[in-house]
Every structure is written in C-alpha cells, then in structure tokens.
Design a protein around this ligand. Structure first.
Ligand SMILES: *[C@@H]1O[C@H](CO)[C@@H](O)[C@H](O)[C@H]1NC(C)=O
Ligand SMILES: *[C@@H]1O[C@H](CO)[C@@H](O)[C@H](O)[C@H]1NC(C)=O
Ligand SMILES: *[C@@H]1O[C@H](CO)[C@@H](O)[C@H](O)[C@H]1NC(C)=O
Ligand SMILES: *[C@@H]1O[C@H](CO)[C@@H](O)[C@H](O)[C@H]1NC(C)=O
Length: 251
C-alpha cells in the first residue's frame, strides 16, 4: 500500500516534470525562432526590426527589413529595385545600417534606386542634386573628379551639382546623361563608398536604449505596432531545463 502510494506519487511527479520540461522547451522554441542571429561567425547581429528571411518566420521582422546570408556569409540587404548590398554594421540605438556595394560602384545603382519605396532614407545630412555628364577623355581639365567605376578608356563620367553654372565649365566635349531624380549624399560618388541608411519606423531605439528587446505586438506583422520586452540573452532556455532536472532528484 505504502509502496504503491510512493510509486503513484513518483509517477505523477514524473509526468508533471515531463510536462513542465516539455512546456519550457516549447516556450523556448517559440522565443528562439526570433532570437538574435548573424551570417557566419562575424556578421553584424541581426535582430528586430531585421530578420533573416530564409531562416526566421515573417513575424520576427518588420516589413521592409528582410536580410539574407549569401554563400560566403555576407549579410545581404536588398533595396528597391533589385539592388543588392552587403551590410557592414547595424546601429540599433541610432537606427542606422551601413552598407556597401560588393562591386564597389554605388553610383551605378542610383538611376534605379528608389528609397521612397523602402523603409530607409540617407543618413548623411548634406545632400545634393546631381547631373551626370559623359565627356571625351581629352577634356579632363574639369574642376570635378570623374567617377572611376563608371568611366572607361574612351569616356569619363562626371557628376556635377545641378545648381552649378555648367555654362562656365569646359563641357563642350561633354553630353548630359541625366539628372539624378533625388538628392543624394554629397560624397556618394567617392570610390568605395559606404552608404549609411537610417530608419525612423519602427522606433525600437526607445527599447534598445533601455537594454530591452523590441518586437511586433501580438506577433502580428499587418498590425505594425511594436512593443518593448525584457530580454535575457545567453541561453535562458538551458538554465530553465537545468532547474527542471534538479526538481526530479529532490524527492
Ligand atoms: C559560414 O559560416 C559557417 C558557420 O559559422 C561556417 O561553418 C562556414 O564555413 C562559413 N562559410 C564561409 C564560406 O565562410
Ligand atoms: C518609387 O516608389 C514609390 C512607391 O512605391 C512610387 O510611388 C514612385 O513612383 C517610385 N519612383 C520612381 C522614380 O520609380
Ligand atoms: C493582425 O492585425 C490585423 C489588423 O489589426 C487583423 O485584422 C488581423 O486579424 C490580425 N491577425 C492576427 C493573426 O491576429
Ligand atoms: C553574453 O555572453 C557574452 C560572452 O559570454 C558576454 O560578453 C555578454 O556580455 C553576454 N551578454 C549578456 C546580455 O549577458
């Protein structure tokens, strides 16, 4: 009688324990799918509002903040329309992402870049409207530097601020190509340019500054409301499971 009582108690404890551990592991899995990740061992930390679109469900990120890893573990941001850039750093407190063009020619992308359909704006406060000119190589006595990655042996491409007095410049052997449709950072034509893009929505910096995490309210991407929550980084799940097995040994 006594023995069977102990046995059934133990059986019940055992099932409660299994259930608890199962529940904890499940909770862990739910939270884990959105935890911070990165591409390879050295990529910048990726967390909300960003997500890795191939590895994490859509509610882990905010619309427009999808990143991916390429085969060489580069962190890839795609901007409209079809501009692939590599991410070097993400500052979650100031809400700035720094990217560069893997082909080292940001100017090549400018004609089709449409930031207004993205979540980002240029962070550089000094911006300029530019007109691009195609000049024969003979005329290199300009006050401006050519854009090396767009120029060839038989032609030089120049970017000239649209409000310059172009008539006073020796542009006789030049033809106008196009005006850039929007203002760009004044130094964007420099070789090996690192582009810094800023986002204002969602405003997760208020969470980040308090050392908290940020996520979608109700895990609902269409809702687009965000909230701060307490994060315990460095393997909370493991600690909870250890607590579970301690309970098993105690009776
Ligand atoms: C990418 O990162 C993974 C995980 O750290 C590593 O095993 C792999 O060798 C890396 N691949 C390259 C091409 O660096
Ligand atoms: C950029 O995208 C916006 C929103 O999708 C669109 O209204 C606008 O026409 C686009 N601009 C260009 C130059 O394509
Ligand atoms: C998400 O939010 C939208 C708009 O508030 C609502 O219509 C929809 O039912 C929500 N979906 C879920 C799964 O809660
Ligand atoms: C996580 O662990 C790393 C190294 O073990 C440590 O540098 C970092 O401060 C820890 N982060 C938190 C939030 O405890």
């Amino acid at each position: 009688m006594r023995n069977s009582g102990v046995n059934s108690n133990m059986t019940i404890s055992f099932f409660i324990l299994l259930f608890t551990v199962g529940l904890i592991i499940n909770l862990g899995a739910c939270q884990n799918e959105c935890t911070e990740s990165h591409c390879g061992d050295y990529g910048p930390p990726i967390r909300f509002p960003f997500r890795l679109k191939d590895k994490q469900p859509s509610h882990c990120g905010y619309p427009g903040f999808d990143l991916s890893c390429d085969r060489s573990n580069n962190t890839v941001l795609e901007l409209p329309v079809s501009i692939t850039l590599f991410v070097t750093s993400i500052n979650y407190k100031s809400q700035v992402i720094q990217v560069f063009d893997p082909d080292h020619c940001v100017p090549r992308h400018l004609p089709k870049l449409n930031l207004s359909s993205s979540a980002f704006i240029f962070q550089e406060p000094y911006q300029c409207d530019y007109t691009l000119f195609n000049c024969s190589p003979a005329k290199r006595d300009l006050y401006y530097d050519s854009i090396p990655c767009l120029s060839g042996t038989s032609h030089h491409i120049f970017s000239i601020p649209s409000d310059s007095f172009v008539d006073s410049l020796p542009l006789t052997s030049c033809t106008k190509l196009y005006n850039l449709p929007f203002s760009v950072p004044y130094d964007i034509f420099e070789p090996n340019y690192f582009l810094r893009l800023e986002w204002s929505k969602p405003t997760c910096n208020r969470c980040e500054r308090r050392g908290k995490g940020c996520r979608l309210k109700n895990n609902n991407r269409t809702n687009s409301e965000t909230e701060c929550f307490n994060v315990k980084r460095n393997g909370t799940v493991k600690k909870l499971v250890v607590t579970g097995s301690f309970y098993m040994h105690s009776p």
